[in-house]
Ligand binder design. Structure first.
Ligand SMILES: [Zn+2]
Length: 184
């Protein structure tokens, strides 16, 4: 008899313990689901650069405005002080590639160059951009493009401020700004 009465008690304990575990798990899951939307605030991590974005021209035409397409896919240049080109933007945040959302620059490295184009003295990461020689217009310049999707962004010159001495002269229409608190 001692054995018989022992078994159900133990079984009850087991069920109770499982129930408590389930309740804890349920509470935890609910708490996670109720996390505020701030979790989605952009904070570019290195994982953002893991893949290339390759699309045919027709696809880019669907995504971009004609001006954005001319700059990013046909190496165009916007006029200085073009409306909406972020030249005069002094807010804290990140500048992404308008084509593929790759983080390119941060407000911490932006400076007023007086050229009418948004200018930076360093890219957000070594993985943000790539450089190539541009011999068009009878000059030799260093062209800057998005490392992820190859969008043309602008040029880099060596008359920028310290510590790099570089001036990344960007087409603002190739960029997409999102407010944030960059640390670099
Ligand atoms: Zn891109």
């Amino acid at each position: 008899m001692a054995v018989l009465s022992y078994m159900p008690v133990n079984l009850n304990n087991l069920i109770m313990r499982n129930l408590i575990m389930l309740l804890i798990l349920a509470a935890f899951t609910t708490a996670q689901a109720q996390q505020p939307a701030t979790a989605q605030t952009p904070s570019p991590a290195d994982t953002a650069w893991t893949s290339k974005v390759i699309k045919p021209d027709g696809e880019w035409k669907k995504i971009l405005t004609p001006a954005q397409y001319r700059i990013t896919r046909e190496e165009g240049t916007e006029n200085p002080y073009t409306k909406g080109n972020y030249n005069d933007n002094h807010e804290k945040g990140y500048y992404y590639c308008v084509s593929c959302k790759n983080p390119l620059f941060s407000s911490l490295k932006k400076f007023d160059s007086g050229t009418g184009w948004p200018s930076f003295w360093q890219a957000y990461s070594t993985k943000s951009i790539s450089k190539s020689t541009d011999n068009s217009l009878g000059m030799q310049r260093e062209a800057v493009s998005c490392q992820k999707c190859n969008a043309h962004l602008g040029h880099v010159f060596d008359d920028g401020p310290q510590p790099t001495g570089l001036r990344y002269c960007m087409n603002g229409l190739a960029l997409f700004f999102i407010k944030g608190n960059p640390t670099r």
